[in-house]
Design a protein around this ligand. Structure first.
Ligand code: NAD
Length: 300
């Protein structure tokens, strides 16, 4: 299949690599020349614009940072809408607002172009292995058409519901993971203050009700989980800035729905503060570094 792939950053590159390995012809485009060159090195051919990548492709995939980038890449000048032929299927794998997925889908639909949202979980290592979890929103026949291509990049492809539903599932997941990272960091800072060995505490919690995937796989305390970002100076992984963005998407969605949310906005602000203090491009588990105790001289 000839696939137009737009957005070849940290995640897009290994995903392109897996599509090429599975024998697909990939035509890539990225606004940053170095990112496009990296995709070309992996075996893709380079396009001059999103429209150019979409033109002549059987299918279009986008992997972009946020809602505004997705709107620009599909509906802006030299965007996908200008290049994709009627009847084509587009798969947006970025994490964005569900309402934006629906708006883009509707704009494409008026021109006969189909759209599914298919955000991912797993980060760069699982993108490299081709074992991402992929949550898909769209019409059932479109999702089934996308499934073999998605299977080249992920091992768990789940159809959640209508367009936008994949994004809803992703926001709910990241709300939990983002809050857990802050909670685990706070707990381990308290334990540390009391002189409790973090390794022993990890053993206790892993067999208790506080156990979380974040502690097991992305432990914020360095040296306890070999493959965690904390054990390589918090090199991402999934950046603090991206997690703050995802918590913001969850908070905005809750506000639109009038659902009260208290813990998610608090975690979002902690991550934003960590970002303001230089940790934005570090893995989000670096929030542990940010949550240092204040000076021993400060009154309690
Ligand atoms: P990234 O910033 O590394 O890559 C995005 C790329 O899109 C960049 O190379 C950028 O130049 C390009 N781009 C932006 N606007 C463009 C446009 N209009 N046309 C063409 N190219 C454009 O981000 P990433 O880490 O690859 O993440 C991509 C998406 O995947 C985000 O929504 C993120 O939340 C989600 N995600 C990331 C991870 C992770 O671990 N990095 C995990 C799960 C989900």
């Amino acid at each position: 299949m000839k696939i137009g792939f737009i957005g070849t950053g940290a995640m897009g590159q290994p995903m392109v690599g897996n599509l090429v390995k599975k024998g697909h012809a990939v035509v890539a485009y990225d606004a940053v020349p170095a990112a496009l060159e990296a995709a070309v090195k992996l075996g893709a051919s380079g396009a001059r614009s999103a429209a150019d990548a979409a033109k002549g492709s059987d299918l279009v995939i986008t992997m972009l940072p946020s809602s505004s980038h997705v709107e620009a890449a599909y509906l802006g000048p030299a965007g996908v809408l200008e290049g994709a032929a009627a009847g084509r299927l587009c798969i947006d794998m970025s994490t964005i607002a569900p309402a934006v997925s629906r708006r883009v889908a509707e704009a494409l639909r008026t021109r006969g172009v189909r759209f599914v949202d298919a955000p991912v979980s797993g980060g760069v290592p699982r993108a490299q292995e081709g074992t991402l979890a992929i949550m898909v929103g769209g019409e059932a026949p479109d999702v089934e058409e996308a499934r073999p291509i998605l299977a080249a990049m992920g091992s768990n492809v789940i159809h959640v519901g209508a367009v936008g539903s994949g994004e809803v599932a992703k926001l709910c997941n990241n709300l939990i993971a983002g809050v857990a990272a802050v909670a685990v960091s706070e707990a381990f800072r308290i334990a540390e203050g009391f002189g409790v060995d973090p390794k022993v505490l990890t053993d206790v919690i892993s067999k208790s009700s506080g156990n979380t995937w974040v502690m097991e796989h992305m432990h914020p305390v360095p040296g306890l989980v070999a493959k965690a970002a904390s054990s390589r100076d918090y090199a991402p992984g999934f950046t603090t800035d991206l997690m703050a963005k995802d918590l913001g998407l969850a908070v905005n969605a809750a506000r639109e729905l009038r659902v009260p949310v208290v813990v998610a906005p608090a975690a979002q602000q902690v991550l934003r503060l960590a970002s303001s203090h230089g940790l934005g491009r570090k893995d989000f588990s670096a929030v542990y570094q940010f949550l240092r105790p204040s000076s021993g001289e400060a009154p309690v």
